[in-house]
Design a protein around this ligand. Structure first.
Ligand code: NOJ
Length: 539
């Protein structure tokens, strides 16, 4: 078993802090158009500060045709009028900093919009100087796409261009052509984009689909996935052995990291959906990789105590010596935690996220226990759902407006929002939860406060404690201070005992409010869906 050590070194803000993802379209509308915006976020900074998070990551707010809701960028250094102006952005950044919070932007370097001037130039003619900025190929010898690569959003990843009679590659929508990251001009252009925002003072980037950025230079066919079943996304029919996670991607990440290192105290986060052994390669060696390659284990694994326990140990054991762990519980692409595991168990999930070793990232609204909102077909917005309807891949249900209060449109907007509010927002909104000590919001606030004041939680070591069945247990330690975390991931009561370690101590946080502040002795009788954090006596 791996046991992390306290090496006493000073930690960076992105190690001790908690990241909160805002999906700007759905956080707060300030100008009555039904879509959230930058002044809206600005108006909610008090809430975020009161909640107790440290950094805000905002999904893309750049000019975009919105084919993929901002992940199709037509100008990397502007602000879409839907979200406000550059002055609004500057004000948001200044106000965020004034409150001691950090602001992280979404960088989408793998692909642009097909409306970006770079792509318009590239598709203008075969000998345009920017032709090689994207991935253009001739048809296969017998006609048709150059190889079998598939788009993550369904169908071939190759789109035909009538005018120049070649195909271009797009890992996502046809309107999102992939840049050619082997081209030094592309590299230089994107590094300038990074510097533009870093010069303004943004505190870091979350890099979209980092593992996709470099593809096989021979464009070899991907192998068939023998484990594919029709309930999976059509993209999973093939194993993306040649279209993603190529060895050369690490050179690109290293160059990005070097740009970050031109500035003090910035963070490079990579969006990477890979198994643990491949994921940790994105830390690089020395200071050459991402500070935080997003760890999506809690999103991807079945909610099973034994599997989660094994994965935590595997992840802790696989980290490179200087690699700092991180955990993500939700995002704008995946089902919400309270829908996956239910509202009661989502409280246990909150305890897990906020007591594990490493930077937690939470998704807006999860602190209210927000659930996926069913979207009727006529209101569907997400292109993925439109491409492969009815398979359950649509992401609209997890992107619905934040319910702030009980007023019409939940205080999110004065008009009908772009996606509907949750039907139960009338009693689950933030204002109601703030008054209720037993609410999910109160639980998150107390856990965030505890994490902030306890070095054992934000900086301490992690050691697993043997547990069985639905129980998950570990100790976080800093100096003499030891916190025992015991979580019941199932609905049935369970007794936890830790012979040789002991469980006696004071409960400092709990999913069940009546437990807080009480003492527990040897052996903890947990209710179903219950989690506790116990301060153990110094050993
Ligand atoms: C990952 C983003 O999180 C997702 O929302 C987007 O559709 C794809 N990348 C393409 O940019």
């Amino acid at each position: 078993m791996h046991e992390s050590t306290n090496n006493g070194s000073r930690k960076h803000w992105w190690q001790t802090g908690v990241v909160y993802q805002v999906y700007p379209r759905s956080f707060q509308d300030s100008n009555g158009d039904g879509v959230g915006d930058l002044p809206g976020i600005l108006g909610r900074l008090d809430y975020l500060q009161g909640l107790g998070v440290d950094a805000i990551w905002i999904s893309p707010v750049y000019p975009s045709p919105m084919d993929d809701f901002g992940y199709d960028i037509s100008d990397y250094t502007g602000i879409h009028p839907l979200f406000g102006t550059m002055q609004d952005f500057d004000r948001l950044l200044a106000e965020t900093h004034r409150r001691g919070l950090k602001l992280i932007l979404d960088l989408v370097p793998n692909h642009t919009s097909d409306q970006h001037p770079w792509f318009r130039a590239s598709r203008a003619s075969r000998n345009h100087p920017k032709r090689d900025w994207y991935l253009w190929r001739d048809p296969a010898p017998g006609g048709g796409p150059p190889n079998n690569w598939l788009s993550e959003f369904g169908g071939s990843a190759w789109a035909w261009d009538e005018q120049t009679v070649q195909y271009y590659y797009h890992a996502y929508l046809t309107q999102q052509p992939d840049l050619n990251w082997r081209n030094p001009e592309v590299q230089a252009a994107m590094f300038d984009v990074m510097r533009f925002w870093l010069d303004k003072g943004v505190d870091g980037f979350r890099v979209d689909v980092m593992w996709h950025m470099v593809k096989d230079d021979q464009f070899r066919n991907n192998p068939v996935n023998p484990d594919y079943t029709p309930t999976m996304s059509p993209y999973q029919q093939l194993i993306p052995a040649y279209s993603a996670d190529q060895p050369e991607v690490h050179q690109v990440v290293a160059m990005m990291r070097a740009v970050m290192d031109e500035y003090p105290e910035r963070v490079l986060i990579g969006e990477i959906y890979l198994p643990v052994d491949r994921l940790v390669a994105y830390y690089g060696t020395g200071n050459s990789g991402a500070h935080l390659p997003f760890n999506f284990a809690l999103i991807s694994l079945p909610w099973d105590a034994r599997q989660i326990a094994r994965t935590i140990d595997q992840y802790e054991g696989a980290l490179p010596p200087e690699g700092w762990p991180n955990w993500v519980l939700g995002n704008h692409d995946r089902p919400r935690i309270a829908t996956r595991v239910g509202r009661d168990q989502a409280r246990v999930a909150a305890l897990l996220l906020l007591t594990l070793r490493g930077t937690p990232t939470m998704y807006y609204g999860d602190e209210l226990g927000m659930q996926d909102v069913p979207i009727p077909p006529e209101l569907v917005q997400d292109p993925w759902e439109k491409n492969v309807p009815g398979l359950g891949f649509g992401r609209d249900p997890v992107r619905t407006p934040m319910p702030w209060d009980g007023s019409t449109h939940g205080g999110f907007s004065t008009v009908t929002p772009w996606l509907p509010l949750s039907p139960d927002y009338g009693h689950t909104h933030a204002a109601a939860q703030r008054e209720d000590p037993a609410s999910m919001l109160s639980l998150y606030r107390s856990l965030l406060a505890l994490r902030r004041r306890e070095p054992a939680l934000h900086a301490g070591s992690y050691a697993p404690v043997p547990a069985e069945g639905n129980l998950l247990a570990y100790i976080r330690q800093w100096g003499e201070s030891r916190l025992l975390v015991v979580l019941n991931l199932g609905p049935a009561p369970a007794l936890f005992e830790a012979p040789g370690i002991g469980t006696a101590g004071d409960v400092v946080a709990a999913t069940h409010p009546e437990r807080s502040g009480k003492r527990v002795g040897e052996g903890i009788a947990l209710n179903g869906n219950e989690g506790v954090v116990v301060r153990l006596a110094p050993s």
